[in-house]
Ligand binder design. Structure first.
Ligand code: GDP
Ligand code: MG
Length: 439
């Protein structure tokens, strides 16, 4: 038992470190989750390798397995990679701000252009939509309709005009009108196409945008990486909009886009309606990509509850024989906060052989102990010897807690025995949550 207890104590104290071997399972799980979320395979490989190396030697918090801790590290790293916090749309020092929309056909460029205009309207910024997609028959009409819907002007020169020329004149018009932001909607092809790229590059050269947003359909999956790479190499992007996130996609494209281009995702499209645009929140996206919400919650809870500094203070106290009933109560509450004793113990490898009866007994013993400690005076909590030397004090405590005097007697002697045992074990072997009634 002592070996088992020792390893359990080590876990509880959070002495475990992440090693290559104790996160093998978790590595596989993370890999699977990222692939299922449609993160590009190469991106997954690189990302996991990086995080894996980085996580080596990290401290594992008490109540948590190394693999679970690793998953939390992956999640935090995902958030970090995707940009910690939301990056707003660029704003020119001297208006107008010029935004160029880029992307394949059907990804949602036209819709996103209108969505963006509406978003700006809510911030009291005026905008102008410029229709340069002269290839798709109804493209200009589509933008006009959307513009009307949100009361934003649309600049167009018909379907026979040259897209570069439309863009150039659109900017002039917008400037003359004192518009705050000019959004240039462009044509896309079903596949990356040299002509399309050349035209887009030319428009960019002409309008010198402050922001070039790549619009990516979240359902693009694996391909999002290559796509981003091509657009970024050829055109240069400053940000992205991930559309159709109202669908089933877990949004792995967000990670691919960021890793490949370094550009932040700025908005997320969540529906066909013009209102369906949200700022991009890395935290939310990371949780969606990784899934595994239960594990993340568990680790976060444990991290919150278990303060390593606190544990070290406790250890000092034990070594100086100052560990008292107040500290004991604190430890007990800490355990309670982390869920039932049973739930906690099951998380500890090697502890699962403890029977349910033993657990129940331990738990009810803890409750009794707590009740009795609550009936002690501060002095008695600090100095258990007061109780071992005074039957009248024991009677008072017993009465207050609704137990017999012999129960108090037993608690005190258990506590004293535990304390001297802990002292014998010495530094480095602090049983983070050792307690009477559990032996
Ligand atoms: P474009 O070819 O890139 O300009 O794409 P469109 O803006 O014309 O959009 C193509 C289709 O996708 C349209 O039917 C849009 O209504 C739809 N769409 C665009 N964004 C979203 C979105 O965020 N969610 C959903 N569900 N549909 C979207
Ligand atoms: Mg379009």
């Amino acid at each position: 038992l002592s070996e088992r207890l020792e390893s359990a104590w080590k876990k509880l104290r959070g002495q475990d470190k992440i090693t290559e071997s104790n996160i093998q399972e978790a590595l596989k799980e993370v890999r699977r989750a990222l692939l299922e979320a449609d993160v590009n395979l190469m991106v997954v490989k690189d990302f996991i390798k990086e995080v894996g190396v980085q996580a080596q030697g990290s401290q594992v918090v008490s109540g948590v397995k190394p693999g679970q801790q690793f998953i939390k590290i992956v999640h935090d790293e995902l958030v970090k990679v995707m940009g910690e916090s939301n990056v707003p749309l660029a704003e020119a020092q001297q208006p107008p701000t010029i935004v160029l929309m880029a992307g394949l056909q059907g990804t949602g460029k036209t819709t996103a252009s209108a969505k963006l205009a509406l978003h700006l309207q809510k911030e009291n910024r005026s905008s102008l939509l410029v229709a340069t997609d002269v290839y798709r028959p109804a493209a200009i009409d589509q933008l006009m309709t959307l513009g009307k819907q949100i009361n934003v002007p649309v600049f167009e020169l018909g379907k026979d005009a040259d897209p570069v020329e439309i863009a150039r004149q659109g900017i002039e018009y917008g400037k003359a009108q004192g518009i705050d932001t000019i959004i240039i909607d462009t044509a896309g092809r079903l596949q990356i196409d040299q002509n399309m790229m050349a035209e887009l590059a030319q428009i960019k050269e002409t309008v010198q945008p402050h922001e070039t947003l790549l619009v990516v359909d979240a359902m693009t999956g694996q391909e999002a990486a290559t796509l981003t790479q091509t657009f970024n190499d050829r055109i240069g992007i400053t940000g992205a909009i991930l559309t159709k996130m109202d669908g089933d996609s877990r949004g792995g494209a967000a990670l691919s886009i960021r890793r490949v281009s370094g550009a932040p995702i700025k908005f997320v499209g969540v529906g066909e309606k013009v209102e369906a645009l949200q700022p991009f929140y890395p935290e939310r996206m990371a949780s969606r990509i990784l899934g595994m919400g239960d594990i993340l919650t568990l680790v976060e809870k444990a991290e919150e509850e278990f303060d390593i500094a606190d544990a070290e203070k406790m250890q000092e106290k034990i070594l100086e024989a100052k560990f008292d009933f107040t500290d004991f109560l604190k430890q007990t509450r800490l355990m309670k906060n982390m869920g039932s004793l049973g739930g906690l113990v099951k998380l500890i490898p090697g502890m699962n052989k403890i029977s349910q009866e033993q657990l129940d007994a331990g738990e009810s013993q803890l409750k009794r102990s707590e009740a009795m400690i609550n009936s002690m005076t501060i002095e008695e909590r600090k100095n258990p010897e007061l109780l071992s030397n005074s039957p009248s004090r024991r009677k008072r405590v017993a009465k207050g807690a609704g137990y017999a005097e012999k129960d108090v007697m037993r608690l005190v002697s258990d506590f004293q025995r535990m304390r001297s045992l802990m002292q014998q074990m010495g530094r480095g072997q602090f049983p983070g949550m050792g307690m009477p009634g559990m032996g």
